[in-house]
Design a protein around this ligand. Structure first.
Ligand code: F6P
Length: 540
């Protein structure tokens, strides 16, 4: 009889330890252990993970590692890389690692991946070199990715993060929102004769993508004639029949597999736009960076294993310290899209409330993930992070050099990153506030009036991930670190990180609604819904 992982003895031991630690402030923990930084950071290759500002001790990590062992993490990692159907609700493997690591999945799968890679780099090369031309004979200067969710966020992040690696004079564009605004803006700014459209949809049934793809087709065919569709459209999907119906030419179809989840698909043909924009050599480096982390994840002992530690701290902060949110704070504008990417990765994967056996869990799972480049965030929501009532867990992510290779401006970023993580951890006490105010010449009355407003309680836990520079290789590594951290958390919580039934109900209900008012709504709340539709029809 399967049981909740919270009934494991190791879970109980972590809970008891969390209780003991609940009164400890990071100031006390820091004073108590002069070797704290040495004991609570891990280096691997060019990565450094500093967890010394998490609300933990070395014992916390040992207990969490014991919990991971009791939850069968090692066996689950092996099962994932073997290609077992660990997505049990859908009876599928989760083999995104096979797209970048030759030791994942079967020989047959590896052969299919190689064949697909060859076709992709051949096509990307043809577009870049001008061998693939538009219907009027012009070279492609613009590539548009039409997709949503995992068929948008990954390629968008990679293109944005590697802007300094763009070559070949091709500009990427992204259309995801069903409201058509992105496509309308695009149509006004580019020449259709120089535009290649990639329709990315694993299922090819996604309403938003189909609507945008149809509108793009109308635009291209309207401007260049019916024959243009075959030259100007490419598709990435598992759905051959839908690609037939859309008129995608055979040589313009790129395979997906059901063992690649949407939010894990940037390594597949879904990454085609990025490969066209940065070139296949850079894209291979992106894959190699992820593969480095796959190897590390499968081989390093848990004590030194970065994604294992990141995942276990995620479980600690969410399920034991009960911190409701995780703020992702990159000190690199290149990673502006990372929080949105991680939102889907973490929240669609682990936003679950039943375990693999379908039993209701009795502990909190995935946190709300949010964030933005930290330099800007310091001047907006950091106030609340420092002094507000909810406490968030924080992930600081910082390259040691700017993406252009220099250190001067990045030193300012790093200086802020380190200062903020110290302030979050250790705060600013009443005594310190009063002493600083006295030094600045404030009188007793002002000090009494202001001291409470200036105090920073501190004890806000954070991790810091440092690496040399945002490149194709480090970006691949960074995404793989988070993917595996999500897997570790899902494994310890005992949930299926690879399905997403929660997104289905809204889609189904949307299909039953007509904004023309020609179909009466049915089901619970139908009267209210009918009134709302009538309001829209009357007032717009
Ligand atoms: O609605 C959620 C979702 O299924 C995501 O999991 C997925 O990334 C996205 O929609 C897009 O799906 P598709 O690639 O099939 O269009």
């Amino acid at each position: 009889m399967p049981q909740l992982n919270s009934s494991l003895a190791a879970w109980g031991a972590v809970a008891a330890h969390a209780n003991e630690l609940s009164k400890a402030h990071l100031r006390d923990l820091s004073v108590a252990d002069s070797q704290r930084w040495q004991n609570l950071h891990v280096e691997h290759d060019t990565w450094l993970l500093d967890v010394s500002r998490q609300r933990i001790t070395a014992r916390t990590l040992s207990l969490l590692i014991e919990l991971a062992r009791s939850a069968g993490l090692a066996a689950r990692i092996a099962a994932m890389f073997r290609g077992d159907p660990i997505n049990t609700t859908e009876q599928r493997a989760a083999l995104h690692t096979a797209l970048r690591s030759d030791f994942a999945g079967s020989a047959d799968i590896q052969a299919e991946v190689r064949a697909s890679r060859e076709k992709l780099s051949g096509f990307a090369g043809a577009v870049r070199s001008g061998n693939a031309l538009g219907v009027t004979g012009k070279t492609f200067k613009h590539v548009v990715n039409i997709g949503i969710g995992g068929s948008d966020l990954g390629p968008l992040l990679v293109c944005d993060a590697l802007r300094h690696e763009w070559s070949g004079g091709i500009t990427p564009h992204f259309v995801s929102n069903v409201d058509r605004t992105q496509l309308d803006d695009l149509i006004r700014s580019v020449d259709p004769a120089e535009t290649l459209v990639i329709v990315c949809s694993k299922t090819f049934t996604t309403q938003e993508t189909r609507a945008n793809a149809n509108a793009a087709r109308t635009w291209i065919v309207g401007a260049l004639g019916e024959k243009a569709a075959a030259r100007h459209f490419v598709a990435v999907s598992t759905n051959a029949a839908a690609m037939d119906a859309f008129g995608i030419a055979a040589e313009h179809r790129f395979t997906m597999w059901d063992w690649v989840g949407g939010r894990y698909s940037v390594w597949s043909a879904i990454g085609l736009i990025a490969e066209i924009v940065v070139g296949s050599e850079r894209f291979q480096e992106f894959l190699a960076g992820a593969s480095d982390i796959d190897r590390h994840f499968t081989q390093a002992p848990f004590e030194k294993n970065l994604p294992v530690l990141m995942g276990l701290l995620g479980v600690w902060n969410r399920s034991f310290l009960k911190l409701p949110t995780l703020a992702v704070l990159p000190y690199d504008q290149r990673l502006a899209r990372l929080p949105a990417y991680l939102q889907q990765l973490e929240m669609e994967s682990n936003g679950k409330s039943v375990n693999l056996a379908g039993e209701q869990v009795d502990f909190p799972t995935a946190p709300v993930v949010w964030g933005q480049p930290a330099s800007n965030a310091q001047h907006s929501f950091f106030q609340m992070l420092h002094q507000g009532t909810p406490t968030a867990a924080l992930d600081f992510i910082a390259p040691m050099r700017g993406s252009w290779g220099g250190t001067e401006a990045q030193d300012l970023a790093l200086q802020n990153c380190l200062a903020q993580s110290q302030a979050f951890a250790f705060g600013y006490t009443r005594e310190e506030v009063a002493a600083d105010m006295r030094k600045a010449g404030a009188g007793a009355a002002d000090i009494a009036r202001l001291v409470a407003h200036r105090v920073h309680e501190g004890n806000r836990p954070s991790s810091l991930l440092l690496y040399p520079r945002t490149t194709a290789r480090s970006l691949g590594g960074l995404l793989a670190l988070y993917e595996h951290s999500v897997f570790v958390q899902g494994s310890v919580w005992g949930v299926n990180s690879f399905d997403q039934f929660g997104v289905e109900l809204g889609k189904k209900l949307a299909g039953g609604i007509s904004m023309k008012g020609d179909r009466a709504p049915s089901g619970c709340g139908a009267a209210g819904l009918a009134a709302l539709i009538a309001y829209v029809i009357k007032h717009r």
